[in-house]
Design a protein around this ligand. Structure first.
Ligand code: ASP
Length: 314
């Protein structure tokens, strides 16, 4: 059995502002990312590689706030964070405050392959990328007109805009279970528009925004990072499965729908447990999301609180 689930952030456009063109574009972006991971899983490949491939596809798509299309920090440039984790070994690769790495998730994957350390930040991370032939690009590569407009608005209003409050596109992530029963999770983001220079959210923090453990589940989160860090969302859900025997749904009801929500936490997450069950809860207007599994090899994608739309594989 294999399963792959992905998200493109819990900050979707309000339903009334969603044109059929934008909807089509987001569906295509999600289908392409599912396809990238599905090809690997279908051939019996590892979940870690499927997660990397799906996230790279989403990073390269300027529709989402990760890789190309990332939001602007208060210094008028882009700072990117990402993490990837292997459920079998608990090895992880995490990177933050990157300014020139084209695909942050691939740098995180390189770190996990080396497994002599877990978290690299800023200039050190970029030096490591250079030494390991991970493609670097000028910071302007990540820029888009759309994000620049939003940045100018936030600067004028002097606010830090959460993707979600401003109903923008969001962070991206993927979780997968492969035919060997190994789980993996990965997440990549540009963070928050007009965020304080140097601010790092939950995305690269193992246990907060990203977590995988073969004894429980794999999780990738999206939303205002500070809340995910405070409630250590991904690891708490995993622990509720591992130590208390809860199902995924019971576990996120316990923490995500209660303490996290009551404290003002907004966002969503995607999760797969060791039995291949998928959950994709969110408490925002919508979350770009999709999944494919060996049970029924179709692309299932959706945005709002609605039945997912099914498409034949490409
Ligand atoms: N969680 C990300 C952060 O706080 C943002 C997002 O999910 O859109 O950096």
């Amino acid at each position: 059995m294999f399963v792959l689930a992905i998200h493109g952030g819990a900050g979707t456009l309000k339903k009334k502002l969603m044109t059929s063109e934008t909807k089509e574009r987001s569906y295509n972006a999600l289908k392409n990312a599912l396809y990238a991971g599905y090809q690997i899983l279908k051939m019996g490949g590892p979940s870690l590689e499927a997660v990397e491939a799906a996230v790279v596809s989403l990073e390269d798509e300027d529709f989402f706030n990760a890789g190309k299309g990332a939001v602007y920090s208060n210094q008028g440039n882009h700072e990117l964070d990402a993490a990837i984790m292997c459920g079998k070994t608990l090895n992880a690769g995490a990177v933050s405050a990157l300014k020139h790495v084209k695909n942050p998730i691939s740098l995180a994957k390189k770190i996990i392959d080396d497994h002599s350390f877990i978290f690299l930040t800023g200039e050190g991370a970029e030096e490591y990328a250079l030494l390991n032939d991970i493609p670097l690009v000028p910071n302007t590569y990540f820029s888009t007109e759309y994000r620049l407009e939003k940045f100018k608005l936030t600067q004028e209003a002097d606010v830090v805009l959460l993707d979600h409050d401003d109903v923008q596109f969001g962070t991206v992530g993927a979780v997968a279970l492969d035919v060997n029963g190994d789980l993996a999770a990965g997440t990549s983001t540009g963070g928050l528009t007009n965020k304080v220079f140097g601010r790092v959210g939950d995305t690269p923090i193992v246990g907060a925004g990203t977590y995988a453990n073969n004894t429980s589940c794999a999780i990738s989160c999206t939303g205002k990072g500070e809340f995910f860090i405070k409630h250590v969302i991904a690891n708490t859900i995993s622990c509720l499965l591992q130590y208390k025997g809860l199902t995924l749904k019971e576990a996120y009801d316990e923490i995500f729908n209660q303490d996290f929500f009551n404290a003002g936490g907004r966002g969503g997450l995607i999760a797969i447990d060791k039995g291949g069950n998928i959950e994709m809860p969110f408490n925002t207007d919508g979350m770009y999301r999709g999944f494919i599994s060996s049970k029924k090899e179709t692309f299932n994608v959706g945005i709002y609180d609605e039945k997912l739309k099914s498409f034949e594989t490409l």
